[in-house]
Design a protein around this ligand. Structure first.
Ligand SMILES: N[C@@H](CCC(=O)N[C@@H](CS)C(=O)NCC(=O)O)C(=O)O
Length: 173
């Protein structure tokens, strides 16, 4: 759902979610940029691994991979008509193709993350929250557990963290 109000367009010209308004009034859009900004503004919280550590590089890698290779597929799943100029095109076929690409890219995450139950050996980071949330989209609930069990473990571990459980329940039941 695109957020239609004129007021929302003033903070997010693309009228997409998410948007964050920081306590000092700074407004930011783009989920990965928001994550990096939160980490810089709250260094004490350890939201991402220490900058000098190898895990920091890997957390940037997976954040970026999910943001640019996976998240955009959600828009094709939700709004296939935006991606064709052909009035005869079949939205179901476009969606199925999007699902195939979605599954291939999640398999790549599955085969390359090195931690357990989180994506990196050093433990939970905002990259895990991002992986967990984005993995819930694009209608693959039945496919996920058998094909990407590590990603499922990340989502399970995130969803049961004390700080995340209520928000997870609100959004995903
Ligand atoms: N690149 C943006 C993508 C944001 C995005 O696609 N948000 C979805 C919700 S998950 C949305 O608002 N979709 C409505 C639409 O495409 O009209 C980001 O990473 O924040």
């Amino acid at each position: 759902m695109r957020t239609e109000t004129r007021g929302y367009a003033a903070v997010n010209p693309q009228r997409k979610l998410p948007t964050i308004i920081f306590p000092d009034g700074d407004v930011m859009t783009e989920s990965t940029a928001i994550i990096l900004a939160l980490d810089r503004r709250h260094p004490e919280a350890g939201l991402l691994p220490a900058v000098a550590s190898p895990d920091y590089l890997q957390s940037l890698r997976w954040l970026t991979f999910v943001a640019v290779e996976i998240y955009p597929i959600v828009e094709i799943n939700d709004y296939p008509e935006r991606f064709t100029a052909d009035p005869e095109s079949d939205p179901a076929a476009m969606r199925e193709n999007a699902h195939r690409i979605w599954r291939d890219r999640w398999r790549l995450v599955e085969e390359n993350v090195s931690g357990d139950p989180y994506s990196l050996p050093s433990g939970c980071t905002l990259a895990d929250l991002y992986i967990a949330v984005v993995s819930r989209w694009a209608q693959q609930d039945e496919w996920r557990p058998t094909h990407i069990p590590k990603v499922e473990r990340i989502a399970e571990a995130v969803s049961t963290r004390e700080a995340c459980a209520a928000a997870w329940k609100r959004n995903f039941g």
